[in-house]
Write a protein that binds this ligand. Structure first.
Ligand code: ZN
Length: 212
């Protein structure tokens, strides 16, 4: 059973290097906003990643370097927050406050989805998914990579429970049906590359609702 609840090292390094797609970066940034302890490693990657790539020699990450990075994270922000644009939601984690949101759309019993407008890369886009307590997302697999970060509430899959800040990576090899296990609705942000694939006739009926 995988207990990973944060992005892979490859994805964190790509984020730090600025080579991750914008939609995937938005979801990784949301995770980092909710889980600063992961951000420490991303910041280290930004600081030394170039050296690692150029030298191709292992560099030990000692405790002092990590402590120094954590201290930087505790420093106040150097500039004020940008204004929240019209149609955005100021209650969301900071990386999501800068984007207008589409209307909530019904996806199934207790399941609603809305588009995060702006971050897009080809077929990859960002959505917010809100699922009521005790309800499930449609059972599905993926046409491409799906990155999910929990904002509020919690859901469970065969891999266990995902709580606020937890990050899940899925791809065409994964079929799952997240089920909300929290007393409050579960709100997630997800970057979807390609189409969600829903098996069966119900899936064909629902598929248009997860398209942008
Ligand atoms: Zn999925």
């Amino acid at each position: 059973m995988s207990l990973r609840r944060q992005p892979s090292e490859e994805r964190l390094l790509a984020y730090a290097a600025g080579t991750l797609s914008v939609p995937e970066s938005v979801v990784v940034a949301t995770h980092l906003a909710l889980r600063p302890q992961t951000r420490a490693w991303t910041d280290l990657g930004e600081a030394i990643g170039g050296a690692i790539l150029e030298e191709a020699e292992p560099i030990a990450l000692d405790g002092q370097a990590l402590d120094a990075t954590l201290a930087l994270l505790d420093a106040p922000a150097s500039s004020g927050e940008p204004a929240v644009p019209k149609g955005a939601d100021a209650s969301l984690p900071a990386p999501l406050r800068h984007f207008p949101l589409g209307p909530w759309r019904w996806l199934g019993p207790g399941v609603h989805v809305r588009d995060v407008l702006g971050p897009r890369d080809g077929d990859c886009r960002v959505i917010l998914l809100r699922i009521a307590p005790g309800q499930c997302a449609p059972r599905h697999t993926h046409g491409g990579v799906e990155l999910t970060c929990v904002i509020n509430g919690a859901y469970a899959t065969e891999d266990g429970v995902f709580s606020p800040g937890d990050f899940e990576e899925a791809d065409p090899s994964v079929t799952h049906q997240p089920r909300v296990v929290s007393a409050e609705p579960c709100l997630c942000v997800a970057a979807l590359d390609g189409q969600i694939r829903l098996p069966g006739k119900l899936g064909r009926l629902l598929a248009p609702f997860v398209r942008l």
